[in-house]
Design a protein around this ligand. Structure first.
Ligand code: NAP
Length: 396
């Protein structure tokens, strides 16, 4: 493998990306101008240059640390976990918990280098305990590029956490990515589907960690809102993938706002994507647990009512939702506690069971929770898998 140029200092964190990566505004298609403006997301153009070098943003945030360049691969030997969307909320809290344990090296797979780097620092993640790498889950090219960069870094791999998500409850019109997928479906489901399928290769046949005693794991964060066997899951609009005719339409190169082929509803699109996340975990387990030894799991960490997930909601909702969850439903969990829960699913040898949807009781003890009829529908899981494989270009 080719040597990498990367900037490192004694005890400094590392940031990987394509050195010639040009931040550009990649226009995502949408149906009105406001949406179009919102949809101009910062994304990475695929860059022909190899090997990868430090990205410009990383340089600016790290230049105070060192300017020395080392041209060899990472020497990290600790168990390493990739966490998507580790720049805020649950992902950041879990990243911090794992990094601060001293047992783990964390790869923060994020779409915004500077935000991730400064979030890691201000949350107190020890220097040298993390690496920031670019990954925009809404772009399948970016996901593939991330996997290439990760492999080129020479870092070991012990666990993958698919955590990033976008929630667009007030959007009136769908936003479509450059690949032609509705944004929540792309970022929350398809990007993670591709990422975890590609990285399964790096995890399979890996032994339990000598340091933590945990099996290799792929975790995809689920949600109560995608499970209609709960009170929260019955708040309209309810999750329902239907016969997935919308997703199938996308295969023919036509844009479809919803997986079920219905009219666009941003809140439902998010909930549907969470159903996809939980179905994917169960299908991963069925297909690959026995042959690879990898543990596949999902979880509902509790209602973390004050994260950035609700950033696109109306102000009144953002004000009232946290106290409502704290004092009325009592479903509220702090970002710190939720992060510890996710970290536990990554590292606790007692949570080795595969195909499980973890939840926590009032005493913060983990238990295997039941999923809805739709999430436990194996036929639906297989159909989703087959469609997703084709959509992300994995099907042979
Ligand atoms: N909050 C809750 O009550 C709750 C409950 C159950 C489950 N969850 C789940 O918990 C997970 C984390 O959510 P959160 O509450 O912590 O929200 P959050 O603070 O908004 O975190 C979401 C993360 O995803 C990243 N992200 C969004 N779109 C991305 C993309 N296209 N590519 C790469 N990264 C992207 C965000 O990056 P930027 O920082 O760049 O925006 C951010 O780091 C989600 O899977 C969510 O469904 C949350």
């Amino acid at each position: 493998m080719q040597a990498l140029n990367f900037q490192a200092a004694a005890g400094a964190s590392h940031s990987f990306g394509c050195g010639r990566r040009q931040l550009s505004h990649v226009r995502l298609h949408s149906h009105n101008s406001t949406q179009r403006q919102q949809a101009e997301l910062r994304s990475a153009k695929p860059c022909p240059c190899r090997p990868q070098r430090l990205a410009p943003q990383a340089t600016s945030t790290m230049e105070a640390l060192t300017s020395s360049k080392i041209t060899h691969k990472s020497t990290v030997t600790k168990p390493t976990v990739i966490i998507t969307g580790a720049s805020s909320g649950l992902g950041l809290s879990a990243a911090r918990a794992l990094a601060q344990s001293g047992d783990w090296h964390v790869v923060m797979a994020c779409r915004d280098f500077s935000k991730a780097e400064s979030a890691a620092r201000s949350s107190g993640m020890p220097k040298g305990s993390y690496t920031v790498m670019h990954c925009d889950l809404a772009s399948m090219t970016s996901v593939r590029q991330f996997v290439d960069n990760f492999r080129a870094s020479g870092l070991p791999l012990d666990a993958v956490v698919c955590n990033a998500a976008t929630y667009l409850p007030t959007a009136k019109e769908p936003t479509f990515t450059a690949d032609g997928f509705e944004l929540s479906t792309a970022a929350n489901h398809l990007g993670h589907f591709l990422l975890s399928n590609l990285l399964l290769e790096d995890l399979k046949d890996k032994k339990k960690s000598k340091v933590t005693g945990a099996s290799p794991r792929i975790i995809i964060v689920g949600s109560i809102t995608g499970n209609t066997n709960t009170v929260a899951g019955n708040v309209p609009p309810k999750a329902n993938l239907g016969d997935m005719r919308g997703l199938a339409t996308t295969l023919n190169g036509m844009e479809s706002a919803m997986i079920d082929g219905g009219k666009f509803d941003g809140a439902k699109a998010y909930k549907d994507s969470k159903v996809c996340n939980m179905l994917t975990v169960r299908e991963f387990h069925r297909r690959y647990h026995d042959s690879t030894g990898v543990t596949f799991a999902s979880l509902y960490p509790g209602c973390i009512a004050d994260t950035g997930l609700f950033r696109n909601h109306v102000k009144l909702f953002r004000t009232l939702f946290p106290p409502f969850q704290k004092y009325i439903t009592k479903g509220y969990v702090s970002q710190e506690d939720a992060g510890r829960r996710l970290a536990q699913v990554v590292t606790d040898p007692k949570l080795d069971q595969s195909g499980v949807y973890w939840s926590w009781n009032n005493q913060s003890e983990s238990f295997e929770n039941e999923v809805s009829e739709e999430v436990s529908d194996g036929v639906k899981g297989q159909k989703l898998w087959d469609l997703s494989e084709k959509l992300v270009g994995l099907a042979h």
